[in-house]
Design a binder for this molecule. Structure first.
Ligand code: C5P
Length: 233
């Protein structure tokens, strides 16, 4: 199992991204490209970061009718990213279509991960805004199981849910967990957060860390701290 720390490159221009990545010498962190950067710079930014030797999680959280998602995933798989994702709430059929679209002619494909409930969603907003009255825990596990049934590799979830997801879907089913903060850092808009050390204890496979690294005075040492706590290196 390749446990790793993934840095969320939540920047709005490639200049800012490269200024940030240039601080890292001798190490090529696994990075996440989200909607902000992708919409600002387009697919070329993915290719450029790939050329620099980074592993990439393309976090575009697709959610549409199965045929559209299938065809869009086919386009994304040509970008040669290592991991990408969609919303499990798009249904099992949509997830199956995505997997089909993502699989290249030679049978290879990036890892495909489903978002269950965003870590910024809590019981209250889920009940009031989405009219889902079940306990959030049950909803997350149900969506995770749907992803497993569809053949996906894992889910994005809170580190607090990682152990339970492994219990329901098996140890090999990946948990990719945002909502991670170095001790003492601001929580921001996240509602359920843990430290990298705690995420390791809870069984996360990959932690996704944004502001605790990108907003740090010394991002390289913040990254190293995350790696040390999470991987024990
Ligand atoms: O700055 P912070 O560490 O909160 O960044 C977390 C990153 O993970 C952001 O890019 C956010 O979009 C992403 N994410 C999340 N919750 C999810 C899925 C993705 O916070 N459920």
């Amino acid at each position: 199992m390749n446990k790793d720390v993934i840095i969320a490159l939540d920047f709005d221009s490639k200049e800012k991204v490269f200024t940030f990545l240039d601080k890292f010498t001798g190490v090529k962190p696994f990075v996440k490209i989200g909607m902000e950067l992708y919409y600002a710079e387009g697919p070329e930014i993915v290719k450029e970061i790939k050329r620099r030797g980074h592993k990439i999680f393309l976090d575009l959280k697709l959610h549409d009718i199965p045929n559209t998602v299938k065809k869009s995933m086919k386009v994304l798989s040509e970008l040669d990213v290592d991991m990408t994702n969609l919303h499990a709430s798009g249904t099992i059929n949509m997830m199956k279509g995505a997997l089909e679209g993502l699989t290249r002619a030679d049978g290879t494909r990036p890892l495909l991960i489903a978002v269950t409930q965003l870590t910024s969603t809590d019981q209250e907003s889920m009940e009031n805004d989405l009219l889902i009255k079940e306990p959030i825990d049950k909803v997350v596990m149900h969506y995770a199981n749907n992803a497993l049934v569809a053949g996906l590799d894992g889910v994005v979830c809170s580190p607090l849910e990682a152990g339970k997801v492994h219990g329901v879907c098996g140890e090999g089913f990946l948990t990719v967990t945002p909502g991670v903060r170095l001790a003492g850092d601001a929580v921001g808009d996240q509602k359920r957060v843990t430290t990298p050390a705690k995420a390791r204890e809870l069984g996360s496979d990959y932690i996704v860390v944004g502001r605790s690294i990108t907003g740090a005075e010394d991002p390289v040492s913040a990254y190293n701290q995350c790696v040390k706590e999470f991987l024990g290196e």
